[in-house]
Ligand binder design. Sequence first.
Ligand SMILES: [Zn+2]
Length: 68
Amino acid sequence: MFYAKEKITSTVDITVELHDDNVFCTCPGCGCEVEIDLAELFSDGESDLHGTAVYCPDCSKEKLGVGL
Ligand SMILES: [Zn+2]
């Protein structure tokens, strides 16, 4: 089981189990919330949670349209 842990006060912290439907990131394009499929993210074998950005479907479309 993977989980996220965050300290709220010096004596209280929370843990949240990570599942494939409760992991999100902020789209670097528009700032909206994007649901992340960790299995898909890790499938490229070089995932780096700090260095990885995931665009929302709208921004992805825009990126692909401009980039290709
Ligand atoms: Zn976006």
